[in-house]
Design a binder for this molecule. Structure first.
Ligand code: SAH
Ligand code: SF4
Length: 420
């Protein structure tokens, strides 16, 4: 979501006549698009912001902006702490960037109740795959999460605006889109999420449709039907579990138990046996016991996700969980995270090995950097595949027989071109 926000900022700047430079020294404007989902991202930003300070004495015209969720949370405090910053604006105020730059300095962190109607131009680096926002904000208030505070309430873009953006992308030759929202299953404008998928499925030239993120509580049978029935919708779902312990899930305010989750996964797999399921896990949420952690380990073994993103719990100011009792020491969080990642490594490899010998449809994206004559792309299940082939295949669909599966990628052999 942040990457796509940056594309929107780049789109606005391009329209304003700015050009991108690879060197910070050459820049007249530097924007930090920050993330505050975990402490680590915040620390990284602080150190980068400090490093850039000296550039201002070399170039007095240089303007520095801080955008994104840290900007939203800290607001004016950023200017107090770092007087070399000129502009501060949150994710709901990207549309003001052009106007902001005509002033000498500004802070924009207001709520934007009309964000769903602003169709900002995106400057995309790639020309095969694109991100497309379908909704903004979040109403879920999971107790660990800062997003509802920084990105505001849930607001869905009208389906026609989304349709038109994707149509224009297809005309430019893009082949795959990923629909973006914190909880795409609760998309709700003139239609619901399955309705939106059906509508954009009709766009000629757009070969693949993906979406992130699905909230398990709101995963409906009509969405499952869409994945099954609509040929362009890829058989992959990112369905963050967060914990295998129902008592921790309750404290997280996730709105489902582990049993609910398992039931939904069972239905998904029954209906779409080849579906890839990935997830997010948080290790060491406040009061998580060894037993809760063991339940997460059992959940990973039972479900066998294709891949996971796992993080140590990071307290975020202002969230419910930050004020909870029994925070887990860093060392234990790290140990649990390590166990989770090690276990999942084996499972990911096992899932990938299961694909050996199968033929997979791959959208070819690029040359392999290190290997001459090799190209790479992704399966419908979002796995990376490399194989020998001519770069003229880039941007097209091919069928690849999987020869060797590794943990992070697959190697295969070109069988045929075109749709499978
Ligand atoms: N809207 C998505 C998630 C967005 S944040 C959803 O509900 O699934 C992406 C992931 O970051 C979350 O799934 C969660 O696993 C992780 N995350 C969010 N806040 C966190 C925190 N305070 N500490 C550790 N991980 C966190
Ligand atoms: Fe955060 Fe929960 Fe909203 Fe996801 S659904 S963005 S984890 S509050």
């Amino acid at each position: 979501m942040n990457v796509h926000d940056s594309e929107k900022m780049a789109g606005i700047l391009k329209a304003e006549g700015y050009a991108e430079t690879a060197n910070a020294e050459d820049a007249d404007l530097i924007i930090f698009n920050t993330c505050s989902i975990r402490q680590k991202a915040e620390q990284k930003f602080r150190s980068e912001l400090g490093k850039i300070k000296s550039l201002k004495s070399k170039n007095p015209l240089l303007k520095i902006a801080v955008a994104g969720c840290i900007a939203q949370q800290k607001g004016r405090d950023i200017l107090k702490r770092s007087p070399h910053v000129d502009y501060v604006f949150g994710p709901q105020n990207i549309y003001k960037l052009g106007a902001m730059l005509t002033t000498s300095g500004m802070v924009c962190i207001e709520d934007n109740p009309d964000i769903q109607y602003s169709d900002l131009p995106s400057e995309r680096k790639e020309n095969i795959k694109a991100w497309v926002s379908i909704m903004y904000g979040c109403n879920n208030f999971c107790s660990y999460c800062v997003v509802p505070y920084t990105r505001g309430r849930e607001r869905s873009r009208p389906s026609l605006n989304i349709y038109e953006e994707i149509h224009a992308l297809a005309e430019k030759g893009f082949k795959e889109i990923t629909l973006l929202g914190q909880n795409v299953n609760s998309y709700n404008s003139d239609t619901d999420f399955p309705g939106l998928l059906r509508k954009i499925s009709t766009i000629n030239g757009m070969e693949r449709i993906r979406f992130v993120t699905s909230h398990p509580r709101d995963l409906s049978e009509s969405l499952t039907r869409c994945i099954k029935e609509l040929p362009k919708v890829c058989e992959h779902i990112h369905l963050p579990l967060q914990s295998g312990s129902s008592s921790i899930l309750k404290l997280m305010n996730r709105g489902y138990t582990f049993e609910d989750y398992i039931e939904k996964v069972g239905k998904l797999r029954k209906s779409i046996p080849q579906i890839a399921i990935t997830t997010d896990i948080i290790a060491g949420f406040p009061s998580e016991t060894d037993k809760d952690h063991a339940e997460t380990m059992t959940a990973l073994k039972t479900i066998e996700f294709d891949g996971i993103y796992a993080f140590k719990y990071s307290p975020r100011a202002g969230t419910g969980a930050a004020g909870m009792e029994n925070h887990i020491p860093e060392g234990i969080k790290a140990q649990r995270l390590d166990e989770i990642l090690k276990l999942q490594d084996e499972i990911t490899l096992k899932c990938n090995k299961g694909l050996e010998g199968s033929v997979q449809e791959v959208l070819v994206e690029a040359n392999v950097k290190s290997g001459k004559g090799r190209i790479t792309g992704r399966t419908r299940s979002n796995k990376i595949v490399s194989f020998e082939g001519d770069e003229s295949l880039i941007g097209g669909l091919v069928n690849i027989e999987i020869k060797t599966a590794m943990r992070h990628s697959l190697e295969g052999r070109l069988v045929s071109q075109g749709k499978s």
